[in-house]
Design a protein around this ligand. Sequence first.
Ligand SMILES: NC(=O)c1ccc[n+]([C@@H]2O[C@H](COP(=O)([O-])OP(=O)(O)OC[C@H]3O[C@@H](n4cnc5c(N)ncnc54)[C@H](O)[C@@H]3O)[C@@H](O)[C@H]2O)c1
Length: 384
Amino acid sequence: MQHESMKIPYSAVHPGTEATEIFFYNDCKDVFETLKKGREVLAYDGSFLRTEEIRRVYVTDTNVAALPQVHQFLESIPDSSVSIVLDAGEEAKTFENVLKIVTKAIDAGMTRTSVFTGIGGGVITDMTAMAASLFKRGAGLELVPTTLLAMVDASIGGKTGCDFQNYKNMIGTFYPASRIFMATEFLQFLPEKEYKSGLAEVVKMAMLYAPKLFMILSEQKDAVDRRDPETLMDMVLRSSRSKAAVVERDLMESGERKQLNLGHTFGHALETCAGLGVVTHGDAVAWGCARAMELSCRLGLTEDDSWKNDVFALLERYGWCTEPQHPALSALKLSREETAARLLAAMKNDKKNKDKNICCILQREMNSTVIQDVKDEDILAVLA
Ligand SMILES: NC(=O)c1ccc[n+]([C@@H]2O[C@H](COP(=O)([O-])OP(=O)(O)OC[C@H]3O[C@@H](n4cnc5c(N)ncnc54)[C@H](O)[C@@H]3O)[C@@H](O)[C@H]2O)c1
């Protein structure tokens, strides 16, 4: 016989992660100036404010640490803070590296009030955030994203993680940063391949939520390509506002946040079938957005082909593939039908699927998105 039941309500995330403040700067030096500042604390009797030094664990990778601005900054950090420089790239996104960050914090005698500060692309921000969430059950977390993808996507929204046993982001937590500092100047140093890869996520955000951003991408391609500082700021502001609004409404991805996977179900399948690293994540997402639009039309979600045509025109202007079969797949030396079947099998493995049906993010038009399970035959039809 049950005596009684009891329900204990909790706030969704760890204390100290209730809100994220995002600061936008043009210049890297302004970010570093802010990081040097202490925090204002109230005395125990509540009578006055004093400034307390913040002890930080800086985390970055070899490429970012080699940027003169970052190098100079890390050389100047006070003895009470420490830094750790990890190898660059997705191969370094390992649990071992997350533990290295934690070990650095332990060895330096950090506490829960210390602040883990990741300076880098999505690999560094994801791993720093994971380490912060695990250290003593949660320490401070602030992020300085330095790639376009990390600015518009990875640093915002509290998903942390690392890859494990060949699975991307297999281990992780939800742990939003309390402050994010973005300086668009960082994007001037980014290799073209990385810039273009982040740009695909900007296109996705524009399709989902931001008509003005779509217009900027369409009409100001020259400024986008030459990384005009004003245009960069405009793109970063508009994309991060959109992402921030979605994660504010649905942090734990129980509904609306799934829309952010537009282009990713197809894109991940392409990355898997072509072999990891053969196509960039951005190339795959852009191609995936085209396939999602083709599927939306096939399923009769759109009134006509005009929105699909607008998306295709934009993707093609930036040199992304909109064909059913991406050129990277020709190396498989399979027939079109066999290639499509291979992609379908990869899509079925996607961890976002709840059961055997493939959950797709589709669109009626810009700003009007549908999350729907789709039959295999319809998916195969847009891949062959
Ligand atoms: N947490 C999330 O919600 C979320 C969302 C999207 C992606 N991600 C993750 O983000 C990761 C990809 O992020 P990424 O594309 O930023 O990759 P990345 O972190 O590997 O950075 C790309 C490359 O650019 C270099 N780099 C970074 N900033 C630079 C700069 N300013 N100048 C010159 N070089 C620079 C890096 O050293 C690296 O070689 C993936 O692991 C993905 O899973 C996470």
